[in-house]
Structures are given as structure tokens and as C-alpha cells.
Design a protein around this ligand. Structure first.
Ligand code: DAH
Length: 474
């Protein structure tokens, strides 16, 4: 390093004497002969060493040292004097930082040479100290910034970013560690220690902050999810199936338990399936009771689910055991009839099927629908597709057969039509009547629903009046 020095003296002979020494040592020297000049020089630059007389014109040596101490704390100051008491010297130097005081003329030259060496050494040390102090200050500042960032960060995500920026692979602290090779060997333990201390300080703060954020988040969640158990509950309206659907499903369950399969036909049928194949040819009087909407001379809205019998028998060889639920349409409209209503057809075809099988099955069926005490009664009737045909009555489930308003005093209620399948129908479907026979029945689902739930007008089942529908939930 280049050496420099400011020499202040009012004695030309002293200046001469030491200029030689300083030149020899290749020290760049500035000379001032009084305090005023010295101050001018000091305003322009910093000197490594300052050597001054105590007594000067303008500013005294002690004043100059004071100034230098404050403005250039690294500068090493030395003072010499030739006539002063220790008390006076103490007074002058009070609170001033002076490296060495020389008293002339005692062996001054040699002492000075020696002091100069030491002063430069001290200067280097001080400078190094100052540099590392500044570096340390800068690092502390960075450190403080990192900590402030952590404390200021409000989200876990941001916190992780900060951690990355400071402790991560490309983080600031890691960079310091990587720069370790440039640090003087004797300083490495100190710097290493410092990095470790900083790292653990930041980690602790990060951890605490993380915990706090997590706790805050949890608290917020608890707050948001708080339930006031004393609040009245929100009412959930519970819906229920339409009574017709309820009865339909109950019937399907009962028949399924007896081994029946479900066949669903179509609402648009041909004249053939709806009538002719059911032994009701054109001009048959039974057609009068089942007038319907004709889409064409061939196609119509089916009047009975009985049409399904034909489809099944055409498609399948006996044994046959099906039910066929669905909508049917007729030109009928009064308190117990509707232009659209629901039926459930039943068909059993097998070897040796008789009216007894029908009766046995019906008894079982009505017990399940209306209650264990219920029995059936068959009355002769007429349907073109069954021979013999019957009307099925059930014993009145309300009065037990004694006679009431529901059964109109008879003790019996008519519920469905049935019969042994007419041979003409079986033969029309290619079934050998010597081998097979069958029974069939047709249930009006609305009729069952009205009986079961005490509904006196079939229209109530099609008006969607919630006051009615809500009451029926089986
Ligand atoms: N299809 C008839 C009607 O709508 C009801 C019926 C009666 C169906 C007797 C049958 C039966 O299968 O055998 O009036």
C-alpha cells in the first residue's frame, strides 16, 4: 500500500531532518508549517499518519488532532514537543487519540523511526478493522432487512420466498458462505460463526413467524366455520313421490317378490295390439267403452296395458310371468275416471294354469296391499281376451265387511278385472293351447291409490295440489 503522511512543524531544521528520513522510506509527505495551512491540507484529503508540533501558529497541534480524530478516525496521530510539563500535556491531550508523544531532544530520530513503523502497522490493522466493520455493518443491515421482511410478510407463500431469498441455494447467506475463499484465513472462523449465527437467527424467526401465520390461519378458519348451535335449524323441505308412483312401486315390489318380470310397453300402439290381437276386432262392441285418440287409422294412444300381453307372447315362449305398468288413455271424464290414467297389466302363461292360480295369487296380493284380513271374491264378468272373465272384489278393509260408506254398505269393493286367457289370444300369438294356459289381470293404479289413501276424486291425483300430495308418504 502506498504510504503517506502529513508533517506539521514550524521548525525548518526539523523539517529538513525528517524529510530525508521520509524520502528514504518512500513515504509521500506533505509539509505544513503552521496550523492554518495544515487544516487546508486536511480539508482536501485523508492522511494515514499525522505528525505535528504541539505549538503552532493558527491552530495548535492538539486542535488539529481533535479534528483529525473526528473526521478521519483511521489516521494515526503523533505529537512532539520540546518544552512542556506532564500536567500541561495531559491537559492538552485530554480525550484526544494520540498514538505517540515525543519529547525532544531525547534520541528523537531513532524513536521516531521506530514509531513510524508501528504507526503504519497500526494503521493497516485499523483499516482492516474498519473495512470488516463496514462489511459487517452492511451484512447486519441486510440481515435486518431479511428479518423485517419476515416479520412483515403476511402469507406463508411469501415467507417461503423470503426463506429462499436468504437461506436458499442462491440466497444471500449462501453467497456469503461461497465467498469464504476470499476471506483472509484468520478471519474465516469469525465470518463462519457470524454466518451460522445469522442463519439460525433467521431460521428461528422464520419458524416463529410460520407458526404464527399457521395459528392465525387456523383461527380465521375456526372463526369462519363457527356454528351457533343455538340457532334454529334450517328447514329442509322433504319431498315425496306422487301417490300414483308410490302405489305403482309398491305393486312392482309385491309382484317382483312373486317372481314377475316388468315389461314396459309404448303409449302409442297399433289398433292390432290394442284391440284385434286381444280378440276385439273392428266393430266389436267392447271397443265402444274404450274410445281413444287416433293418430291415424292404424295408430292410437293405447286404451289398456293389455296390449303388452301380445308383445310379450310374440317375443317369448312360455313360461311367461310379467307385469306391465304404464299410462293409458280413454275418452272418459268424471269423479272416478280420467282421460289419462295408469294401469298395471299382469300375465301368467304356463302348463296347467287355472283360475285357482289366479285366485291364490290375488288373495296374496290384496293382503299385501290392504292388510292381512283382506280376502277376495270373484264375480263373473266379460272381457273379450279372457274366458272366463271375472271382476275381483276385496273385502272392505275399512269396515271389515260389515258395510260402510267406502263399500257403500256392501262389505265389498271392486278392485280389478281378470280372467283365464282366451284361447284365441294365445293361438294368435302362436302358443299351443293344448299344452299351455294362462291368466291375466288389469289393475287401475289410481283406483288402488284412492282406496288406500281415502281420496274421493281422481282429479286430486292430477292437480298437483301440494296440500293433498304432501299428506301421502308411505
Ligand atoms: N284391460 C282391461 C281394462 O282396461 C282390464 C283387464 C281385465 C285386464 C281383465 C286383463 C284382464 O288382463 O284379464 O278394462
Amino acid at each position: 500500500m502506498k504510504r503517506n503522511l502529513l508533517f506539521i512543524s514550524r521548525y525548518p531544521e526539523i523539517i529538513d531532518e525528517f524529510q530525508g528520513i521520509l524520502e528514504e522510506k518512500q513515504i509521500e509527505t506533505e509539509i505544513a508549517q503552521n496550523g492554518t495551512d495544515a487544516m487546508e491540507l486536511l480539508k482536501q484529503k485523508e492522511y494515514q499518519i499525522l505528525v505535528t508540533d504541539l505549538n503552532l501558529d493558527g491552530y495548535n497541534g492538539d486542535k488539529i488532532i481533535s479534528y483529525v480524530n473526528q473526521v478521519f478516525p483511521n489516521t494515526i496521530c503523533m505529537l512532539y514537543t520540546n518544552s512542556i510539563s506532564a500536567v500541561q500535556l495531559g491537559f492538552y491531550l485530554n480525550k484526544r487519540d494520540v498514538f505517540r508523544v515525543f519529547l525532544r531532544p531525547v534520541n528523537f530520530r531513532q524513536e521516531f523511526m521506530q514509531a513510524l513503523e508501528e504507526a503504519y502497522e497500526l494503521y493497516d490493522l485499523k483499516k482492516h478493522d474498519r473495512d470488516s466493520r463496514q462489511e459487517r455493518l452492511k451484512q447486519l443491515e441486510d440481515n435486518r432487512k431479511a428479518i423485517a421482511e419476515i416479520e412483515g410478510s403476511d402469507g406463508l407463500e411469501r415467507l417461503n420466498e423470503v426463506r429462499q431469498a436468504v437461506l436458499g441455494k442462491k440466497g444471500e447467506l449462501t453467497a456469503v458462505l461461497k465467498g469464504m475463499k476470499d476471506v483472509a484465513p484468520e478471519d474465516r472462523p469469525k465470518v463462519g460463526q457470524w454466518v451460522n449465527d445469522t442463519r439460525s437467527a433467521i431460521e428461528t424467526i422464520l419458524e416463529e413467524k410460520m407458526k404464527k401465520l399457521e395459528a392465525d390461519a387456523l383461527k380465521k378458519r375456526y372463526e369462519a366455520e363457527k356454528i351457533d348451535v343455538t340457532m334454529p335449524a334450517v328447514k329442509h323441505e322433504k319431498g315425496n313421490l306422487h301417490p300414483v308412483t308410490q302405489v305403482r312401486n309398491q305393486l312392482i315390489d309385491i309382484f317382483a317378490s312373486m317372481g314377475f318380470e316388468v315389461y314396459e310397453g309404448t303409449e302409442i300402439e297399433t289398433d292390432y295390439y290394442n284391440f284385434t290381437a286381444l280378440n276385439t276386432p273392428q266393430d266389436h262392441p267392447a271397443r265402444d267403452m274404450q274410445d281413444t285418440f287416433y293418430l291415424s287409422p292404424e295408430f292410437l294412444l293405447r286404451t289398456q296395458t293389455s296390449a303388452g300381453q301380445i308383445h310379450v307372447m310374440e317375443a317369448k315362449k312360455p313360461p311367461i310371468k310379467i307385469i306391465s305398468p304404464g299410462k293409458v288413455f280413454r275418452s272418459d271424464d268424471d269423479a272416478t275416471h280420467s282421460p289419462m290414467f295408469t294401469q298395471m297389466e299382469g300375465l301368467v302363461v304356463d302348463k296347467g294354469i287355472t283360475l285357482c292360480d289366479l285366485k291364490g295369487m290375488l288373495d296374496e296380493l290384496v293382503k299385501k296391499i290392504f292388510g292381512k284380513e283382506t280376502t277376495t271374491r270373484l264375480r263373473p264378468s266379460y272381457f273379450p281376451f279372457t274366458e272366463p272373465s271375472v271382476e275381483v272384489d276385496v273385502s272392505c278393509f275399512q269396515c271389515g265387511g260389515c258395510g260402510c260408506k267406502l263399500c257403500k254398505g256392501t262389505g265389498w269393493i271392486e278392485v280389478l278385472g281378470a280372467g283365464v286367457v282366451n284361447n284365441k289370444v294365445l293361438e294368435g300369438c302362436g302358443i299351443d293351447t293344448n299344452e299351455y294356459s294362462g291368466f291375466a289381470f288389469g289393475i287401475g293404479i289410481e283406483r288402488i291409490a284412492m282406496l288406500k289413501y281415502g281420496i274421493n276424486n281422481i282429479k286430486l291425483l292430477f292437480e298437483s295440489d301440494m296440500r293433498v300430495l304432501k299428506q301421502i308418504d308411505d
